[in-house]
Ligand binder design. Structure first.
Ligand SMILES: Cc1ncc(COP(=O)(O)O)c(C=O)c1O
Length: 392
């Protein structure tokens, strides 16, 4: 599905190719919003020849219009994949992958630090459909308990909130040896810091809701694969579940994509400066940012990643009670309190990891920070004044 016939090789340049895919002689640099519920056929023969597996055909609004396919091609290209399905949210991409690839009696392995709604969906499949579920320690490949029924190994790296980086190549090798597919939630890496398919995974999932949309106003998910048969298994469930996306939303993401790498890199630099500063603060016991040497999985991040998202966590000193931590978050002036990251605005949220990770070594409370596009020094000054409130 990758764009062809142009001399540019680097993803950032290829991203900016207009990618016209109709016979029209109209040329512009912007993307048209092609909306449709009804797709019309020129004659009955064309209607009878339609094939939902053919990605060059159009049959029904849910299965795509030129706008949605344009975005899907760009995401497949950015992920170094061949095929891309777009869904109405990152969570929909997660649940559709599990639903497509698992049936009663199968078994799935999830990391303890996965995005919590992904864990909840796997638990739902377990209770409703008898799909076996076990968790593993993302920092210990010896903790994976494959069974003859294991069909899917779920990976999220770094894991939500705990920010621990897993050894994806090692997990891929283990899964292959046990005949299981590997699906990776690679939202944090955003096709910039790491591409799971290049490291041997079968499926790469992202919440395009985050950096790719960039405006905190669109929800969207993607599932990228290289293998055509695997794509078609996922595409069948996609079609049957009616989880198509709005061309308007795709167009918003298409408008943001050309500059999302610049935002990602600027925010990465800002977040690293802030993370290093936080490490020096007396109220802070640990900074869980994969680019810091002290962070769990740092060596693997250094080996497998080329950049870092601006989402990381801090652990406060154990003597600081949760009420004071909540007060610290409330005291922040430039950080907003909200879950969905990836936009321009900085965010802060207290999180509880102790009941989620079995071997969680930290005693203090955790705050997850997302660094937006505000000036770095202003953000540091804001954190400094709020940290002061913990000492008084
Ligand atoms: C790592 C990760 N995966 C998936 C999602 C789900 O994305 P969405 O909000 O589009 O459902 C999120 C959302 O925060 C996330 O952080």
């Amino acid at each position: 599905m990758a764009d062809s016939k142009h001399p540019a090789n680097k993803p950032q340049t290829r991203l900016l190719q207009p990618g016209h895919d109709t016979g029209s002689n109209f040329r512009s640099l912007s993307s048209a919003v092609e909306r449709a519920s009804t797709v019309v056929f020129p004659d009955v023969a064309a209607l009878r020849q339609r094939d939902w597996r053919d990605e060059t055909q159009y049959a029904y609004g849910l299965s795509g219009t030129p706008t949605t396919r344009r975005l899907a091609r760009k995401i497949a290209m950015l992920e170094a994949g061949e095929h891309c399905l777009l869904l109405p949210s990152g969570l929909a991409a997660i649940s559709l992958t599990m639903l497509s690839l698992l049936k009663s009696g199968d078994h799935v392995l999830l990391p303890e630090n996965a995005y919590e709604p992904a864990i909840e969906f796997a638990k739902f499949l377990q209770s409703q459909y008898g799909i076996g579920l076990d968790f593993y320690d993302p920092l210990d490949t010896a903790s994976l308990q494959f069974t003859p029924a294991t069909r899917l190994l779920w990976v999220e790296t770094p894991g939500s909130v705990s920010m621990e980086v897993a050894d994806l190549p090692a997990l891929n090798r283990l899964a292959k040896a046990h005949g299981a597919l590997v699906a990776v939630d690679a939202t944090w890496a955003a096709s910039i810091a790491m591409r799971p398919l290049e490291l041997g995974a079968d499926i790469s999932i992202q919440a395009l809701t985050k950096y790719q949309s960039g405006g905190s106003d669109v929800l969207m998910g993607s599932i990228v694969t290289r293998d055509k048969q695997l794509h078609q298994r996922l595409a069948l469930t996609h079609m049957q579940s009616g989880t198509g996306v709005s061309p308007e939303d795709c167009n918003i993401v298409l408008r943001s994509l050309p500059h999302y790498k610049l935002r990602y890199e600027a925010q990465d630099a800002s977040a690293r400066k802030i993370a290093s500063w936080l490490l020096q603060q007396p109220a802070v016991a640990a900074v869980l940012h994969p680019a810091l040497e002290s962070a769990p999985g740092h060596d693997i991040w250094q080996r497998d990643f080329s950049a870092a998202a601006s989402l990381f966590s801090i652990i406060l000193q154990p003597h600081i009670p949760q009420t004071a931590i909540d007060h610290f978050v409330d005291q922040l002036q430039l950080f907003h309190i909200g879950f969905s990251w990836g936009g321009s605005h900085s965010l802060a949220l207290p999180f509880e990891m102790r009941n989620i990770r079995k071997s969680w070594p930290y005693k203090g409370g955790l705050v997850r920070l997302y660094i937006g596009l505000e000036d770095t020094d202003d953000l540091i000054a804001d954190l400094a004044q709020a940290l002061n409130s913990l000492l008084t």
